[in-house]
Write a protein of this length. Sequence first.
Length: 272
Amino acid sequence: MSVYDITDQEFIQFQRFIYDAAGISLSSAKKALVSGRLAKRLQQYQLGSYGAYFHLLTTGDAAAEVQIAVDLLTTNETYFFREPKHFDLLRQLALTAHNAPHSRSQPFRVWSAASSTGEEAYSIAMVLADCLAGDPWDVIGSDISMRVLQRARAGHYPVARTTHIPPAYLRQFCMKGIGAQKDTLLIERNLRSRVQFMQTNLNAPLPQLSLFDVIFLRNVMIYFNGDTKRQVVARVLSLLKPGGHFVIGHSESLHDITDAVQPLAPSIYRKR
């Protein structure tokens, strides 16, 4: 056995670690993922086994290293304007709010509850900036991983990741890099400043936030077991306004999870 092979017992330790930290259930098929992503930390500390690294995480003041391990073991996959029908809905809701006969004193608020590297939150912000001209709006993006939140705040992406951004939004809200920054794109500063990113563990009590008109919780529940799904959805929906809209991934379902929302279309719900 090489120094970086992980035993079944060590893998079970990290299954429990990430479940306790983030509510994520790792199947046995993820054994290679765990060993591959943590191998550099063993090198960093010159440790001979994953058991020794687990011991490091669970003894003494290891909060910073625990955050690094959580960052490495959480999967972050996203891109701009993923699942276009969700953004068609957001556009309709924003225009309806903008065209309402009464003036809107409270901002139209949207939460990207698993924002990863920020593409979803900035996609939301582009739609709101376009449709709510002059009206107040807020976008909050949250994630458990500090690593991806740092990238989100920077708003700097490879051009290859931006192919789904509508051309008009590319011109209005994005700046193409030149020279050493060729083949990259930077979200325009004013839009960047309108999006607030914060670290949030959905498997723990949530921060006190004002209620939202729309919440995106997409492609997150696939990592949770049934009990954790129910707990997470209940927490998140407590921050959704009555009549507000809740959006999940197309591969996900709220069947047997909650009756606090009613389905409107596949993956789109409204709070009762």
